[in-house]
Design a protein around this ligand. Structure first.
Ligand code: NAP
Length: 298
């Protein structure tokens, strides 16, 4: 089964047969699109997640696939903390109060009370490169950090003092839950009605992984009914999210337009890595940051 969070039409009709393709964004690179380019040698993803590329077809065709892991981990972890802090401390409602609706007429000590981030419990789901960078930041906030992934990392427990727990336990006890899994069959709708029901009513969910990791209708219901207190999502299903999506009508959710790695410095480095992958793939050489190495007949 192929998973993609994007709904935009494949770009196959717009371009002639290709030798190499660089994808900047998440337009699906479908089997049909790949079929239009019999000489395609390399696909270079500007990003770490490659769920929008039909890797199985590339494997069958011997097409190299590259991505840009690692370089964006710190930047995406910064954005995770930004979303977490903004939600916990009502930054968007504060902005709306003062600058949009011009409601700030006198100092009111009773408005916009948030919740403490320091000394709270953070649950990291899918602790890999980005999750590890988030854990480092959370430790600086004196947070207790729980993590769940399929393979335990005792070295990281030693390094960062993070605690390995079951997925269910993480959801039950965390004040903040952040998602950092890749989008796969297993992680599609990893967070749905049942999982949201396990979370604290005061909890905040941050999804900076991929939109379909969270069932948006279950999230809407949970936010609307106060099953959880708030959410911040950098990624949606679909992308862009429909402007009439019910989630956008809520004031306890922040929706960002997929900005995780979007800084000048990091995007420039990602572009360089992606170009190195593409040039190597076109020459039939090993990709420096490969998902699939070239294996086409020469
Ligand atoms: P990574 O290093 O591969 O980490 C992913 C982690 O998820 C691994 O530790 C893996 O550990 C865990 N995992 C995989 N399947 C799982 C499952 N079924 N249940 C629980 N844990 C699972 O990847 P990364 O570089 O941190 O990036 C993670 C994802 O973030 C990317 O795939 C991408 O989709 C997303 N991302 C988003 C943005 C953005 O702009 N919003 C930016 C960068 C990345 P185990 O194998 O041990 O389970």
């Amino acid at each position: 089964m192929w998973h993609t969070s994007a709904i935009l039409p494949p770009i196959a009709e717009k371009i002639p047969p290709l030798d190499g393709l660089m994808t900047y964004g998440h337009e699906p690179v479908s089997p049909e699109m790949i079929a239009t380019s019999p000489n395609l040698k390399a696909i270079s993803v500007v990003g770490v997640g490659y769920d929008h590329v039909h890797v199985e077809t590339c494997r069958e065709r011997g097409i190299a696939v590259g991505h840009t892991p690692g370089i964006l981990s710190d930047t995406t972890a910064d954005m995770t903390m930004a979303l977490l802090l903004a939600t916990a401390r009502n930054i968007v409602p504060a902005y709306n109060h003062v600058q949009v609706s011009k409601q700030w007429k006198y100092y009111d000590p009773n408005i916009l009370w948030g919740t403490d981030v320091h000394h709270a419990t953070l649950g990291i789901v899918g602790m890999g490169r980005i999750g590890h960078a988030v854990a480092k930041r959370a430790r600086a906030f004196d947070m207790r950090v729980l993590y769940y992934k399929r393979e335990r990392r005792p070295d990281w427990e030693e390094e960062l003092g993070v605690e390995y727990v079951t997925f269910e336990n993480l959801l039950e006890v965390s004040d903040f839950v952040t998602l950092h899994v890749p989008l796969t069959e297993e992680t599609t709708h990893l967070i749905g009605e049942a999982e949201l029901a396990l979370m604290k009513k005061t909890a905040i969910l941050v999804n900076i992984a991929r939109g379909p990791v969270v069932d948006h209708y279950a999230l809407y219901d949970a936010l609307k009914q106060g099953q959880i207190a708030g959410a911040a999502v950098d990624v949606t299903e679909p992308e862009p999210i429909n402007t009439d999506h019910p989630l956008l009508s809520l004031d306890n959710v922040i929706v960002a337009p997929h900005l995780g790695s979007a800084t000048v410095q990091t995007r420039m480095k990602m572009a360089t890595m992606a170009m190195e992958n593409l040039l190597a793939g076109l020459k039939g050489e090993q990709l420096p940051y490969g998902v699939l190495q070239p294996n086409f007949p020469r």
